[in-house]
Design a binder for this molecule. Structure first.
Ligand code: ADP
Length: 630
């Protein structure tokens, strides 16, 4: 996240350190007390009293040597008669442990012993208390020390000093800085209005919203939007991440929530932004058993949201990319009842985002942001911002004074597949294999009607693992894919492996990624898109987290799942066979382009199409000549 210049970690609970000191003082005091008490206790035992066995005690009573006894909880104090005084170092009194002796009182009475009952002495009580509490305090002290070493500010600091709340008096971000999220901006404009002039709404009797949830994949600009709302409304921006609330100790998160809301309420109108709210807002009835800390934090958040007075202009914005796991209580009216979807930008959105970020960068006339937008389908705002920056760095590296289109395309690749890995030198054989593999993909795409045009083929390895790749740029962005398009996609994904088999009679590990992708597509065709004849329109899987991995879970019987696997296998096999056939029929083009690629390392889509066209024409010419010769 950018734009943190005027952020300062807020003083939020700055008393943490002083409290930490207090704790140390308490511990030292407890230690001192303990030492003192045990010292005196020891003295009582060693110098002033002496313990006797019970039968010796009874003997003394019988011999009428005992003057008086004090019966306590667990022991009996015995004072002997004065005439029994022996040597000068005789103890002041004796003690004996209590025994089960029903006759004791009689015996004492008969021997004329003064008897008194007394509860345990205060030193004893103190001793028990200290010996009970002390281990606890010592542990507490130790943990405090450890946490300090981990840089957490100590136990008394938790819930206070280290809650990473950032306050920005003015975010300096406006809606103009957020591009391509028009629908999201529209819903948030209304919220800005609430903050600007809450009375306008309350006068008429409208209840102001308390919170809104920004939902979408990472990097689409949720934080940026929240800041823009604060910027547009000219109110301070309090932000904290959901994971900052969840601590090792139960109750800490809850106290952080309380503090955050207290602070914000004092400074209303303002915005509280909780990023990754799923970290605390996870559904409470999870199967894995509860998590007390998280539940308490969530409960506190819920009660704070119910408690504050929205007419003062306090608004809570939450962001998440896993809305499906949120506790329903969080989404009820009066809490995060508005949901603002922040989607991956479409072509228009991407171009707009590129323009926003290109504003501060010098660009020459060759730059065509539309083309970059087309080449970056699926990229989110943060990727695009990153690309512009990479392009600027590349331009400087290449000694240019402004960014050109080539820099931008190179930057797109850097962000999507990593930097060129110049030190990885493949041997000639590997270069040939990679070259045929990539041309296999590209050729099949070019030969099929529904595939996207090839922009570039390269066999320069990249840092993110690719040894070579084909870059496609669609002519226009589409939002639906037809069954035919998906099937064509499968065939071109298998083009690489098919080329290897045809040319080398052997296959390599290079197709791992293609196989994974193809399997995913085929599975989705069967289980989710209703595109297989055997299963028809039956939904067999559901998506778990649509904004992150897009992982799916099967929701059908095991037998059906096994049948699905069989069907997927059939679809993949069909696609591979088609890839083999197509490449065999076009072996001459495959060879020509691969040879060309081995020498050049990188060829453009134009060069590729040119060779393809020429070879085809030659073939037709040859055929015609043959016909004439015959
Ligand atoms: P999120 O919170 O959704 O993960 P951020 O708001 O942190 O994403 O986005 C990270 C950065 O990406 C922003 O600071 C901004 O530079 C850029 N960015 C993301 N989306 C957009 C957008 N729609 N318009 C302009 N810039 C964007």
């Amino acid at each position: 996240m950018s734009n943190q210049d005027n952020q300062n970690p807020n003083g939020f609970g700055g008393g943490g350190f002083r409290r930490g000191q207090t704790l140390i003082i308490i511990v030292i005091a407890a230690l001192l007390t303990f030492t003192a008490v045990s010292f005196f206790k020891g003295k009582l035992h060693d110098g002033v009293s002496k313990e006797l066995p019970y039968n010796e005690f009874l003997q003394l009573v019988k011999e009428e040597k005992v003057q008086s006894v004090v019966i306590e909880n667990t022991q009996i104090k015995i004072h002997l008669k004065a005439d029994q005084a022996g040597s000068g170092d005789r103890p002041e009194y004796y003690t004996v442990r209590m025994d089960e002796d029903g006759d004791l009182m009689n015996r004492l009475f008969e021997a004329g012993v003064e008897t008194r009952r007394e509860r345990q002495d205060t030193a004893g009580i103190l001793y028990s208390i200290v010996s009970f509490i002390l281990p606890f305090i010592v542990v507490l002290f130790f943990m405090n020390f450890m946490m300090r070493r981990m840089g957490n500010g100590g136990i008394m600091g938790v819930g206070k000093a280290n809650a990473k709340v950032y306050v920005q008096k003015a975010t300096g971000v406006s809606f103009a800085d957020v591009a391509g999220e028009d629908e999201a901006k529209e819903s948030l404009t209304e919220i800005v209005d609430f903050l600007h002039n809450p009375r306008k709404f309350t006068q008429i009797g409208a209840k102001l919203p308390k919170g809104a949830l920004l939902v979408g994949p990472p990097g689409t600009g949720k934080t940026l939007l929240a800041k823009a709302v604060a910027g547009e409304a000219h109110v301070p921006f309090y932000s904290l991440s959901g994971s900052d609330f969840v601590e090792m100790f139960v109750g800490v998160g809850a106290s952080r929530v309380r503090d955050l809301f207290r602070q914000a309420q004092e400074n209303a109108p303002c915005i509280i932004f909780i990023d990754e709210i799923d970290a605390i807002g996870k559904s409470r009835d999870s199967r894995m058993g509860g998590n007390d800390e998280r539940e308490q934090t969530l409960n506190q958040l819920l009660s704070e949201m119910d408690g504050f007075d929205s007419s003062k202009g306090l608004l809570v914005l939450g962001a998440t990319n896993r809305p499906e796991i949120l506790d329903p209580a969080l989404l009820r009216p009066g809490r995060f009842d508005r949901r603002v979807i922040v989607e991956r930008p479409d072509l228009k959105g991407r171009v707009a985002i590129l323009k926003v970020h290109a504003k501060d960068v010098l660009m020459d006339d060759t730059v065509d942001l539309e083309a970059i937008g087309l080449a970056t389908s699926g990229a989110v705002g943060s990727d695009l911002a990153n690309m512009i920056n990479e392009a600027a760095i590349l331009a400087v590296k290449n000694g240019r004074r402004a960014v050109c289109q080539k820099d931008l395309f190179e930057a797109v690749e850097v962000v999507l597949v990593g930097k060129e890995k110049k030190d990885r030198i493949m041997n000639q054989k590997e270069r040939r294999i990679v070259s045929y593999h990539e041309v296999g993909h590209a050729l099949i795409s070019a030969l099929q009607k529904h595939s996207e045009p090839v922009q570039k083929i390269t066999i320069v390895p990249r840092t993110m693992g690719a040894l070579g790749y084909v870059m496609y740029v669609p002519e226009e962005e589409t939002y639906l894919k037809s069954k035919q398009e998906l099937e064509d996609m499968l065939v071109s994904l298998f083009g690489g492996r098919a080329a290897e088999e045809i040319v080398f009679g052997n296959v390599t590990t290079g197709a791992e990624n293609d196989i994974e992708k193809a399997t995913g597509i085929a599975k989705a065709m069967v289980t989710r898109y209703g595109m297989s004849d055997s299963f028809g329109l039956m939904g067999l899987a559901t998506t778990e987290d649509q904004y992150l991995s897009g992982r799916t879970v099967m929701n059908c019987a095991d037998v059906t799942a096994a049948e699905v696997d069989e069907e997927v296998k059939r679809i993949l096999k069909r696609a591979y066979t088609k890839a083999l056939t197509m490449l065999r029929e076009n072996r001459d083009v495959l060879d020509k382009i691969s040879d060309f690629l081995i020498n050049r390392e990188t060829i453009t889509g134009k060069e590729f199409m040119e060779i393809l066209r020429r070879t085809k024409e030659d073939a037709v010419l040859k055929r015609e000549q043959n016909v004439i010769l015959v």
